[in-house]
Design a protein around this ligand. Structure first.
Ligand code: NAD
Length: 492
């Protein structure tokens, strides 16, 4: 293949290259793989490089040169200017990039014009405003020493991203990393690298020096080279718990690089009998169907109070059944629900659902949808066994489990009886109960009369095994910097 190939009618292009030091270049490694569209398993791109040790070394070298060289000379306001320029370039270029990304992610392009675009744009604009607000601290010389505290960038950082929100994850890590003066090597998921490769060139157009943002492609073996690298100072990871543990281990065994982990969930939504039922239904259904359930904050466990259970469950089932009609070609702008990301993910979900038939009552769906592609029917189970795999583990598909409860005490025990702790929701009109329950739910984010959402200004991340550290808001900046204390002897 030449420099690049374009998918029919699409601009930007599909790159089967790495993006290093401001250019699309051939990988030194000769290993490659191909990518398929999950709507019909046709090949979208081939010869995508599997970056090896020499490629990672090159990326780290360029990153260090940028960090110590031109990028270190940028004032905070110059960094803001670059980020604002980037935001305006994204206004033009983001929709085609998200459309390109959809070819392998299966994320419906209908999400791009508003939802995805606003999320990414807001992220860049939000962090553009933070560059000159890293004010540090000062303590007076009451003991003879003035104490100054500086928030310094960490240096060369790496982002290792999951398949389900490739471009959004790119910016969630790049924006705070660059606002604080770091440089970043991004490794998108091997399943969905196209949007991340295409977006990389916009950074130089916006005025960032070459080497500040680089993109390398490849599977877990490439990610492992980053996690164990002695000159990378931080890995910001989003993905599964199992991989998060490997990354934290590699970081500890190499150079104790800083690690932020945004991991999986099995998020509960708790619906009390005084809740606005239509609101609870809308949020809980959206929360399991968005991206066809391939969402870390998916509300995959729904607890409903017994006195309203029959009514709630009937309507929930009706809406989930009806949602199958919303499935279709993710590249059609009228389609709301797309496929699983690939055949492997479809098989994984199908197998979990098949095992689930013996562990809970299957009341909606349960099968692959259609005959071509990787579509899974919206699926609902009732009253799982306490140790059921579908109730305990993240499925990452359009599959929810409903369980009934009598009392607040009982439902809190049920909701918290998990190693995950990313998101939860409580639905009630009683404000004191909402406050009490939101305090008791063991998750990094709790929605009241809403669930499965994030806000750029407020921290996002998991308790327990759902993560380490936080993204979003000022909290992300703290985790891309380290304080340095300067002690000034006033007696000298
Ligand atoms: P994954 O863990 O399989 O892969 C994530 C990334 O890690 C990929 O880029 C992969 O190549 C890389 N990787 C794999 N093995 C590695 C290793 N040994 N060392 C370094 N890197 C390695 O996850 P996935 O299937 O792509 O994504 C789905 C998971 O991500 C779900 O569990 C979901 O809940 C989670 N997720 C969490 C959040 C959050 O913000 N908490 C957001 C999105 C997705």
């Amino acid at each position: 293949m030449g420099d690049s190939s374009s998918a029919a009618g699409l601009d930007p292009r599909i790159y089967n290259k790495l993006y290093l030091n401001g250019q699309y270049v051939d990988a030194q490694s000769t290993e490659t793989y191909s990518l398929k569209n999950p709507k019909d398993n046709t090949v979208v791109a081939d010869k995508i490089p599997i970056a090896g040790p020499a490629d990672v070394e090159a990326a780290v070298k360029y990153a260090e040169e940028a960090f110590h060289g031109p990028w270190s000379q940028f004032t905070a306001i110059q960094r803001t200017e670059c980020m604002l320029k980037l935001a305006s370039l994204l206004d033009e270029e983001l929709i085609p990039i998200l459309t390109l990304d959809s070819l392998t992610s299966g994320i419906p392009v209908s999400l791009a014009p508003v939802r995805e675009r606003n999320y990414i744009r807001n992220c860049v604009l939000y962090y553009a405003g933070w560059t000159d607000k890293q004010k540090g601290d000062y303590f007076p010389p009451d003991d003879g020493f003035v104490k100054l505290v500086r928030h310094e960038p960490l240096g060369v950082c790496a982002a290792i991203n999951p398949f389900n929100a490739p471009v959004a994850c790119f910016f969630l890590k790049a924006a705070p990393a660059l606002a604080t003066g770091n440089v970043l090597i991004v490794k998108p998921s091997e399943k969905t690298p196209l949007g991340s490769l295409a977006v990389a060139a916009l950074f130089e157009k916006a005025g960032f020096p070459p080497g500040v943002i680089q993109v390398i492609t490849g599977p877990g073996s490439t990610g492992a080279l980053l996690a164990e690298h002695m000159k990378i100072r931080k890995v910001s990871f989003t993905g599964s718990v199992a991989t998060g543990k490997k990354i934290q281990t590699a970081a500890a065994m190499s150079n104790l690089k800083r690690v932020t982990l945004e991991l999986g969930g099995k998020s509960p939504a708790v619906i009390f009998d005084d809740a606005n039922l239509d609101n609870a239904l809308t949020w809980t259904i959206n929360a399991i169907l968005t991206r066809s359930g391939q969402l870390c904050v998916a509300a995959s466990r729904v607890y409903v109070q017994r006195s309203i259970a029959d009514r709630f469950i009937e309507e929930y089932k009706t809406r989930m059944k009806a949602a199958a009609q919303d499935m279709g070609d993710p590249q059609d702008p009228t389609v709301k629900l797309g496929p699983m990301v690939d055949q492997a993910q479809l098989e994984r979900v199908k197998q979990m659902v098949d095992r689930g038939r013996a562990e809970a009552e299957l009341v909606v769906g349960g099968n692959q949808y259609g005959e071509t592609g990787c579509f899974m029917e919206p699926t609902v189970f009732l009253n799982p066994r306490d140790d059921a795999e579908i109730y305990r583990n993240e499925i990452f598909g359009p599959v929810s489990i409903i369980k009934t409860f009598e009392t607040e005490e009982e439902v809190l025990k049920l909701a918290n009886d998990t190693e995950f702790g990313l998101m939860s929701g409580v639905f009630t009109k009683d404000i004191t109960r909402a406050l009490r329950v939101s305090a008791a739910l063991e998750s990094g984010v709790v929605g009241v009369n809403c669930v499965s959402l994030q806000n750029m200004q407020a921290p996002f991340g998991g308790k327990k095994q759902s993560g380490v550290g936080r993204e979003f808001g000022e909290y992300a900046l703290r985790l891309f910097t380290e304080p340095k204390t300067v002690l000034i002897n006033m007696a000298a």
